[in-house]
Design a protein around this ligand. Structure first.
Ligand code: HDD
Length: 717
């Protein structure tokens, strides 16, 4: 289509103007309604059904009752005449409704909202010096299941809220299950598990009105953390960009606690586990995160499932920081038992141990993602706990919570929780028992079962033996060590390690959250806490709240060194899987769209075509589907944009352009889209804007820019 054929006033989304050509072709008529009368040889997507029993059960054979009796009708209850009352004798009706009535189980008391995937962990074998854990031996492949979650919200809450994210991995090793139940933030709110109900009660919705959902921006949360200052380091992370990850695929993971490991020679070490994402560590911008919650509340869940389905399988490298197992359990003056402290990577580099690849989506959300049960006490030979008082309390809580959530003590028999090695316990009976136990003597010692099962040899490396650790002479006391009392040095280190734009985001987040509190005293108290972290941070937040920052009771330390590893800005990452919107208009040449589409896909990014109306864009033999119309597109779903020549930047997509600009997204444009962009004050000289006549150059530069995730220079300019 030539430019003079373009409409001067483009139609509203959905309205079709007959006097110019559509860039899309109409869809085929819908296929006829599927025959419901008998078994079909194909799956709902048309693929031939497999012979496997599970497949047959769902779409290959007859509908039955739970007892296997074949049913001829599931749409009408049994009645005394078609207009008469329903009969109690209708077993199918009662069975169907009864089962339905009991479909829900209690959601997790925390981390209720989550998404998961199956995968494999391949060990590099580099851990042999520090641990005899068999799954960390050279080239061992271990089946895994990883569940990501937010902490505060309910099962149906939105994904992109500001919160900590859970990162829990179940390794089905040959020596039993090992669960690494961590978060995307390396420190925790509290130092002792006994405070967990307090922090969670404070963070959850208010008990009277059950609001706000999945938010920390409310009085009870800030009331608690401003009084309980050991939470300060964690709130700094949560208010930073780490609290709003772009994707589960783009988060770091941390075991948080220090663990004790032992090698084959019996030498022990202290370690902290880290997960490093191959896709880089990226976050949303707060305004964007809020918009995503409305546009796509399943943003993270969809992103993970889509990526795996598309074959862009996310990967994380597992690593450890290793410390000598000294009696003091400290490293460079940092108490390794204090879960509110990190050890900067500059002091103890993360040493890679192996690679996790998630490559299979769950086939049933409830069976797998909902029923998976993690526990930090699920350990394997060579890895053990320390006396971190937070970890110690967790050891009780996780087993206990499953009794309520999964209805009894046999949850480890659920397929997703079952170890992939022989299990020979002597636990019997109980709710939901499905094991077919044999033998007559589930006790020890016995003679009736020939004394079986026998204790394993302690000297065998595959036997779980608690790592010997001397406990110093002690007396019973309810108190923490004095080294736990420093609540401000590491929050300050975190603040000093951020770039100015990250610091601004952090100050804005505090200002936003405290601005949502009704009680002025709570706002004032939290600002007072911040004065002990950094006077400039306190000033920025106080100014936004219209308060005076008080003089710090504990003045910030002046000898704190930053840890550059803590900043997310200034690094380059692969662009694989990033979503690029190709904005087309009624004047766009289809051939240009196909070229841009192929160029983006070849670079491993995901092209998303955007057009005034749905359908397909066809050029010669090639045709691509329109994935978003002007009505359904939202800039927050995408990472960058290419405005094609002839896109005709109209008022309908004004929001798209201005939001992309505000959210520091890279914008490429070719042809007349370049000049039209100036209408919004965006010029070719602006950082992160690539206005080029040549499509190839525009897209190459966009790709290069995107490796930095956002056009940070735009805020700095
Ligand atoms: Fe926890 C779930 C992570 C402290 C009590 N926790 C849970 C999950 C993660 C974490 C990722 C979700 C697992 C899943 O996907 O099913 N929790 C942590 C981390 C902590 C932590 C990294 C500190 C370093 N947790 C913690 C404490 C307690 C709990 C101190 C209790 C004293 N956590 C639980 C729980 C949950 C749980 C109530 C809810 C559902 C579940 O366990 O299975 O037991």
């Amino acid at each position: 289509m030539s430019s003079d054929e373009r409409p001067t006033v483009p139609g509203k989304p959905g309205s079709r103007t007959p006097d110019f050509e559509e860039p899309t072709t109409p869809r085929e008529p819908l296929p006829p309604k599927q025959d419901q009368s008998g078994p079909r040889p194909t799956t709902p997507t048309g693929a031939p059904s497999s012979d496997s029993q599970e497949d047959q059960a769902q779409h290959g054979s007859w509908l039955t009752t739970a007892q296997g009796a074949r049913l001829y009708d599931t749409d009408h209850s049994l009645k005394a005449g078609s207009r008469g009352p329903t009969l109690l004798q209708d077993h199918h009706l009662r069975e169907k409704i009864t089962h339905f009535d009991h479909e829900r189980i209690p959601e997790r008391v925390v981390h209720a909202r989550g998404s998961a995937a199956h995968g494999t962990f391949v060990s590099y074998g580099s851990a042999s010096e520090i641990t005899k854990a068999a799954f960390l031996a050279p080239e061992v492949e271990t089946e895994v299941f990883t569940r990501f979650s937010s902490v505060v919200g309910s099962r149906g809450s939105a994904d992109s809220v500001r919160d900590t994210r859970g990162f829990a991995t179940k390794f089905y090793t040959r020596d039993g299950v090992f669960d690494l139940v961590g978060n995307n933030i390396p420190v925790f709110f509290i130092q002792d598990a006994i405070k967990f109900p307090d922090i969670i009660h404070a963070a959850k919705p208010h008990p009277d009105r059950e609001i706000p959902q999945a938010q920390s921006a409310h009085d009870t949360f800030w009331d608690f953390v401003s009084l309980h200052t050991e939470a300060t380091h964690h709130t700094m992370w949560q208010m930073s960009d780490r609290g709003i990850p772009r994707s589960f695929r783009m988060m770091e993971g941390f075991g948080v606690h220090t663990f004790r490991v032992e090698n084959a020679a019996g030498k022990t070490f202290l370690v902290k586990f880290h997960w490093k994402p191959k896709a880089g560590v990226h976050s949303l911008i707060w305004e964007e995160a809020q918009m995503v919650n409305g546009v796509d509340p399943d943003f993270h869940r969809r992103d993970l499932a889509d990526a795996i389905e598309a074959g862009a399988c996310p990967q994380w490298e597992l690593g450890v920081q290793v410390f000598p197992d000294d009696p003091g359990e400290t490293f460079e003056g940092i108490d390794l038992l204090d879960p509110t402290k990190i050890v900067p990577e500059e002091l103890a580099p993360v040493q890679p141990l192996g690679m996790l690849t998630l490559d299979r989506n769950p086939s049933n959300f409830f069976d797998e993602t909902e029923q998976v049960a993690f526990h930090p006490g699920h350990l394997v030979p060579g890895i053990d706990i320390t006396n971190d008082p937070l970890l110690q309390g967790r050891l009780f809580s996780y087993l206990d919570t499953q009794l309520t959530r999964l209805g009894g003590p046999n949850f480890s028999q659920l397929p997703i929780n079952r170890p992939r090695c022989p299990v020979n316990d002597m636990f019997r009976d109980g709710m939901h028992q499905t094991a077919d136990h044999r033998g007559t003597a589930p006790y020890k010692p016995n003679s009736l079962d020939g004394g079986n099962p026998f204790p394993a040899e302690q000297t065998d490396d595959h036997t779980f033996v608690e790592i010997a650790h001397e406990i110093p002479a002690s007396k019973k006391e309810r108190r923490s060590p004095e080294s736990f009392d420093d609540h401000y040095s590491q929050p300050r280190m975190f603040w000093l390690s951020l770039t100015p734009v990250e610091q601004q985001h952090l100050a804005d987040a505090f200002t936003f959250e405290l601005g949502k509190c009704y009680e002025e005293t709570i706002r004032e108290r939290q600002v007072a806490v911040l004065t002990s972290v950094d006077s400039e941070l306190a000033r920025m937040v106080a100014e936004g709240l219209g308060l005076e920052a008080p003089v710090a009771q504990t003045p910030p330390r002046t000898d704190i060194e930053p840890s550059p590893a803590l900043s997310q800005v200034g690094k380059r990452w692969p662009v694989d899987g990033r979503k690029i919107g190709i904005v087309t208009g009624r004047g766009t040449d289809a051939e240009q769209v196909i070229r841009a589409y192929d160029r983006i896909a070849e670079a491993g990014m995901v092209p998303i075509t955007i057009a005034p109306a749905g359908g397909r864009i066809t050029s010669g033999e090639r045709s691509v589907a329109v994935e978003r119309t002007y009505l359904t597109v939202a800039s927050s779903e995408l990472d960058a944009f290419f405005f094609a020549d002839g896109a005709g930047l109209t008022t309908e997509i004004e929001l798209l352009i201005t939001e992309a600009w505000r959210h520091l997204k890279f914008i490429a444009a070719s042809g007349d889209s370049c000049t039209m962009m100036e209408k919004y004050g965006i010029t070719a000289d602006d950082p992160g804007v690539y206005c080029r006549d040549d499509l190839e150059t525009a897209l190459s530069q966009l790709q290069e820019g995107l490796s930095e995730h956002r056009a940070w220079a735009r805020v700095e300019a």
